[in-house]
Design a protein around this ligand. Structure first.
Ligand SMILES: C[S@@+](CC[C@H](N)C(=O)[O-])C[C@H]1O[C@@H](n2cnc3c(N)ncnc32)[C@H](O)[C@@H]1O
Length: 267
């Protein structure tokens, strides 16, 4: 974390006009949309719930992988779901570039899904989740927030990839489940032919969660079909933009965390 903090650049250290605008309109955008507030309120409500469910966990977050475990809805809302910062970034990236064909790996209770859905009402979202009990909570989240454009699919990522139509393309992919090196790289490689050739954003969650996840992220950053990689510490963002001719990588932080760096005195 400390190493990231020292390396991280603020808006004052970037030169590319595309990236400067992205930081201004996504990372530094001061407005909070009404839709974001509604999602946060619902997440807060769930974070006080006393309900427990049986969770069938297929990912690396489970203590006993592949076994059913009892978990609290409170934990799913507080720990497993998108934080308000991450939700805001998902919302703003989709909103800024009007992205409309969205895939989420790891629905959980639908908080990240809701941010993505509210960002563009004419989008189509496919969200994959192995645990049937979690996916029913996600459906409740979507119903509560009156979200209709999401298809929740109760299956594993592996099974979904095996039946994906070759012609299916996505312009936004959020990889947020099974946080381990080999599965993350395998999912990414299998999804590569389904990523829009001209413009596509891939979010890779928890890139510092383990040594393996960090190695996976460093491998993905080198992919030559993406021109830009942004390290936001909690997650990484890969951007394919055929209009950009150079390849760049930036660890990024909001300027409020480095207030001594200004447009005049940065170095
Ligand atoms: C961190 S949570 C997702 C949080 C959600 N994306 C959000 O932003 O609010 C990860 C979810 O992925 C699911 N998962 C993990 N590995 C999976 C797999 N191989 N197939 C399907 N679902 C999986 C878990 O059950 C868990 O609910």
């Amino acid at each position: 974390m400390i190493f990231f903090f020292f390396k991280a650049k603020t808006i004052y250290k970037v030169h590319s006009p595309f990236l400067f605008r992205l930081i201004q309109r996504v990372l530094e955008q001061p407005l909070t949309y009404y839709e974001e507030k509604a999602i946060q309120e619902y997440q807060n409500q769930l974070s006080k719930s006393n309900q427990f469910i049986k969770k069938l966990d297929r990912g690396a977050g489970s203590l006993v992988k592949g076994n059913d475990q009892t978990t609290s809805v409170k934990h799913l809302a507080n720990i497993s779901s998108a934080s308000p910062f991450k939700g805001r970034m998902l919302f703003r990236l989709i909103n800024e570039y009007s992205l409309s064909s969205i895939l989420e790996f790891g629905t959980c209770i639908g908080i990240g899904t809701a941010y993505m859905a509210k960002a563009n009402s004419s989008s189509k979202i496919t969200s994959i989740e192995a645990c049937p009990n979690t996916i029913s909570l996600a459906q409740k989240t979507l119903d509560h927030l009156k979200i209709k454009q999401v298809e929740l699919i109760n299956t594993t990522f592996e099974e979904y990839l095996g039946q994906l139509e070759p012609s299916q393309k996505f312009d936004f992919i959020y990889l947020d489940g099974h946080h381990a090196k080999e599965p993350t790289l395998a999912y990414f490689n299998k999804l590569l032919p389904h990523m829009d050739a001209a413009f596509c954003i891939v979010i890779v969650d928890d890139i510092y969660w383990s040594k393996g996840m960090n190695e996976a992220w460093k491998t993905l950053v080198k992919d030559s079909s993406f021109q830009l990689s942004l390290d936001f510490f909690q997650f990484g963002v890969l951007i394919r933009n055929s209009a950009l001719s150079t390849k760049e990588h930036y660890p990024l932080i909001q300027r409020k965390f480095k207030p001594w760096i200004s447009g005049f005195f940065s170095n």
